[in-house]
Design a protein around this ligand. Structure first.
Ligand SMILES: [Zn+2]
Length: 372
């Protein structure tokens, strides 16, 4: 029989699992995480007639860009075959992001905000991050870092925001995909943190960690909770199972400072052996006015901020990829980019539209005019 108490254990485990998911390379002992729902839940690719060569849709064929570099028939991802050496470098954290992006721009126009590189590993490689974001520029003021533009090194003439690498195609659905996208905007000093690049011991409670509720236990001890369950991650909160939080939406330009909520941040936080419980010298509050005063106003403002994003997904492999894996990826990309709730098989997992509360969209489909 299910009771709220019995449900708490897997929920805790879920959150704990993602406690160690980050773009940091510092975590070394983690194997494939149990955050992943059973892949068997994923239904067959729902595109009808994909095995029917005579359905009259002559444009739905894999397009060879050059030898070893193709655009899938569904136009949602490209597939780049690499040498064993080049592929394996991605599994040790030394992948040549710029090599891939420069290859992309030999065949695609400079129209993409994100390039998403996906390795095709069947399990999480040891000693490797779950996702890595390599920014090409910062063109947003008011988020804690200066403006700069290094897009040229990636082969872009100013459009590209960041290149994301994740070692498994499954992470599109399970995370940390939402998390890695958000890294373009946060946390680059918007609020103080002891978990570099993330929200740490703060009340943000979103994709980059933090709690959404705090209990004072006395004696400078506190317990953070997320969605009513004790415990929180300082760098993440359960992959794609949580939406973007208030401060995250602000940083993305999807809400204005008038909607920005006060954030609390623990001063000198120290974890304890009890999950979610920590000690701190103080809990400091940062109002919207404080955050804007510290960082300056966001430019562009949310009225002028970009809300439609284009991404090019590049699957990398050394020996090709099974049709089954590519069909599942295609299904998950379609769901992630859907401007509506994802398929029921996704359960409570968020896609981009849902995670932004319908305020933003992302597109993976390559238009013919985006091909050179
Ligand atoms: Zn991260």
């Amino acid at each position: 029989m299910y009771s709220p108490k019995s449900l708490r254990i897997p929920a805790l485990f879920l959150i704990f699992s993602f406690f160690i998911v980050s773009c940091s390379k510092d975590y070394s002992e983690m194997e494939d995480l149990s955050n992943a729902p059973d892949d068997s839940e994923i239904p067959e690719q729902d595109a009808p007639g994909d095995d029917d060569a005579n359905d009259g849709t002559s444009n739905e064929e894999t397009l060879e860009l050059e030898q070893g570099f193709t655009l899938d028939e569904g136009k949602r991802f490209a597939h780049l075959e690499l040498s064993d050496t080049a592929y394996n470098q991605f599994l040790t954290g030394n992948g040549d992001m710029r090599g891939v992006s420069n290859k992309v721009y030999e065949h695609f126009t400079d129209d993409f905000d994100f390039i998403i590189i996906l390795s095709v590993e069947s399990s999480q490689p040891e000693n490797l991050y779950y996702g890595l974001t390599t920014p090409a520029k910062n063109d947003i003021e008011g988020l804690g870092r200066s403006l700069w533009d290094n897009t040229d090194a990636f082969g872009s003439n100013g459009k590209l925001k960041t290149v994301i690498h994740m070692p498994r195609t499954e992470y599109i659905r399970n995370g940390p995909f939402l998390h890695e996208i958000l890294h373009y905007w946060s946390n680059h000093g918007l609020i103080p943190t002891t978990a570099g690049g993330h929200w740490g011991y703060s009340s943000v409670g979103g994709q980059l960690g933090g709690f959404d509720e705090l209990e004072s236990l006395g004696d400078d001890r506190y317990r953070g909770l997320v969605e009513g369950s004790a415990g929180f991650g300082t760098v993440a909160n359960g992959g794609n199972s949580v939406p973007y939080a208030n401060l995250e939406l602000y940083s993305m330009g999807l809400i204005g400072e008038d909607e920005l909520e006060t954030v609390t941040v623990a001063e000198n936080p120290q974890p304890t052996s009890e999950f979610g419980v920590f000690t701190a010298d103080a809990i400091n509050s940062y109002t919207a006015e404080d955050i804007v005063a510290e960082n300056g106003v966001r430019v562009p403002s949310y009225q002028n901020a970009q809300t439609e994003f284009d991404a090019l997904v590049v699957v990398i492999s050394k020996n090709g990829v099974s049709d089954e894996q590519l069909e599942t990826l295609n299904f998950n990309l379609e769901n992630f980019a859907r401007n509506a709730d994802p398929d029921a098989s996704w359960g409570s997992t968020y896609n981009f539209w849902k995670a932004t509360f319908g305020k933003a969209t992302i597109n993976f489909e390559v238009a013919s005019e985006q091909l050179k």
